[in-house]
Design a protein around this ligand. Structure first.
Ligand code: VGL
Ligand code: ZN
Length: 223
């Protein structure tokens, strides 16, 4: 196989070996996170046109979907006596309880209306294990298991990821922090994110945390 491998390397398309395979990661652009949804992110709908405009500028576009079973442990409804916003210990991991959201196969888990889904090459489902949440697109919240996103990107030679979506202070933040930790050159598209902001200042704090970890901010125009 040696000769063939050598020829393959010489003939490989530029995109596989010589570029960073710049990839756009769309985080949780799903109905339940839009205004009117159970876990509404204020102005979350505003990032959909940003995503549509940017997609064609990337070598690859992948999307994460929060994809919970109906009995997910992050739902307040699963913990009698608790309400959304309460904080509990879920199998050793600190868990904020949320309203039921993004249940697998429901309309609430569908992509936001108007999102150019044809431009998405791969969808990564997360939060599927009822026993643990997964804010990050890469790992569960206990950092115990990977979702498959890292392998998917690595196999395709991706070294640079640009992240946008919902929500700045949860899934976007943890996806970006893990991307850095996994060694990706990581950019946050500033106009492409909106946050939950349970406490005032949460989004600003999240952005500072990302920057401190080496995530670079980029405007949509420069992405
Ligand atoms: C998210 C809370 C719970 C998010 C998902 O997409 O940021 N937040 N599940
Ligand atoms: Zn969730």
């Amino acid at each position: 196989m040696g000769g063939h491998a050598g020829a393959g390397l010489l003939c490989a398309p530029r995109t596989w070996n010589d570029t960073a395979m710049k990839t756009l990661i769309l985080v949780d652009l799903q109905n339940d996170f839009l205004p009117g949804g159970p876990l509404a992110v204020p102005m979350g709908n505003e990032v959909v046109p940003v995503a549509n405009r940017l997609m064609s500028q990337y070598d690859m576009v992948v999307a994460t979907q929060d994809w919970h079973p109906a009995n997910h442990g992050s739902f307040a409804s699963q913990h009698p006596g608790h309400k959304p916003g309460d904080v509990i210990d879920l199998a050793g991991v600190t868990q904020i309880l949320w309203p039921d959201h993004c249940i697998q196969g429901t309309a609430g888990a569908d992509f936001a209306p108007g999102l150019d889904v044809a431009g998405i090459q791969w969808i990564c489902h997360k939060g599927t294990d009822p026993g643990i949440d997964s804010y990050s697109g890469f790992f569960d919240n206990g950092h115990l298991k990977q979702t498959g996103l890292n392998d998917y990107l690595r196999r395709r030679g991706v070294r640079e990821v640009h992240i946008m979506g919902l929500a700045t202070d949860y899934c976007v933040k943890f996806t970006a922090l893990d991307a850095r930790e996994l060694g990706f050159e990581t950019y946050l598209i500033v106009e492409g994110v909106r946050g939950v902001e349970l406490d005032p200042g949460d989004c600003a704090k999240a952005i500072e945390e990302m920057q401190a970890a080496g995530v670079r901010l980029v405007t949509a125009a420069a992405a």
